[in-house]
Ligand binder design. Sequence first.
Ligand SMILES: NC(=O)c1ccc[n+]([C@@H]2O[C@H](COP(=O)([O-])OP(=O)(O)OC[C@H]3O[C@@H](n4cnc5c(N)ncnc54)[C@H](O)[C@@H]3O)[C@@H](O)[C@H]2O)c1
Length: 334
Amino acid sequence: MLKVGVIGTGHIGRIHSTVYRGDPLAQLVAVCDVIRDKADAFAQQFGARAYYSVEEMLKNEPLDLVSVTTAGPENGGHHYEPVMQALAAGVGVLCEKPLSNDIALAREMVQTAREKGRYFGVNLNHRFVPLAARAKGWVEEGRLGELCFANMALWIANRNDSAPYFHLRALHPHSIDVMRYFCGDVVRVQAFFKKASHRQIWSNASINLQFANGMVGHLTGSYDMTTRHPFERCEVAGTAARFVLENVYERLTLYPHDSDETIVVSNSIMGGTASFQETFKNRIHRFLEQVEARVPPAEIDGSGREALAAQEVIEAAIRSFESGQVVEVPAIAG
Ligand SMILES: NC(=O)c1ccc[n+]([C@@H]2O[C@H](COP(=O)([O-])OP(=O)(O)OC[C@H]3O[C@@H](n4cnc5c(N)ncnc54)[C@H](O)[C@@H]3O)[C@@H](O)[C@H]2O)c1
């Protein structure tokens, strides 16, 4: 059983802690927050020891893994320090997205994990659902034929107006990751953004993407919508068929070009994905499973490297919007 700590006891730290408590592969032994009352309340709720500094926790607890569920500027500005502390102490990390609001720090985190040979996963939870795995199987089996285009949409309501590119950096690690999961690396982007008139930030985005395999793609994103109605959709099309994955885990449809019949895979109400929180459960369990099985750190699903690749696409989109140019996405070192 893997000994786990959770750093950052906010809303998302509570979801991670609840998942660890219920997973047979994990034992949640410690929780940490710089706000003492929050750490104490978590410790009581989850039957773990409370710490108020990451250093103290790492010194006193023989941990295998930590979840870093801090937030900070653009929801990622506080991740760097605890991630680097844990990696230096020989502890594997599952970090929340975005890796950082600063791409240079995100690169450093991924490089450090690689050099030290540590487990470094990221909570790219949207793709850790059975329907996405089924669709990925269709791609790998060649059911779609030669891959041609992809269309992605992800929008929610988020009124936070704290930084011009908050919407891009905080939300779209998920949408770009889902596109990369099916279509591979992105090599070039071109972006337009819109600020809703009541907002201070670029709360809407339209991004064109070109993939290394020659596919073309598009992402529509927004913080001005709602999750009351379907909020995520991924369509991938090839020369033989096209699939549409609706609302993360609700419904997957395959449209073969040579038939009037479609294949529909619906989320089962009996034993299917019960709520969005289950995407966390699936993702965290996969991380625990791969660490327990000693899968080489570079080969884990939803790795820091994959999260960095998505973050590089977002930063390239920001540069494209600012310059009015098509921008090359840098390849990930190592
Ligand atoms: N994967 C998803 O679907 C999803 C959804 C929403 C949010 N998130 C991500 O989850 C993360 C956390 O979000 P939240 O809303 O729970 O944040 P939050 O601000 O509510 O909680 C973060 C906590 O971390 C603590 N903290 C900060 N620095 C610390 C440090 N060095 N040591 C110990 N504690 C520290 C803060 O005191 C705070 O209590 C963000 O990165 C966000 O982007 C992910």
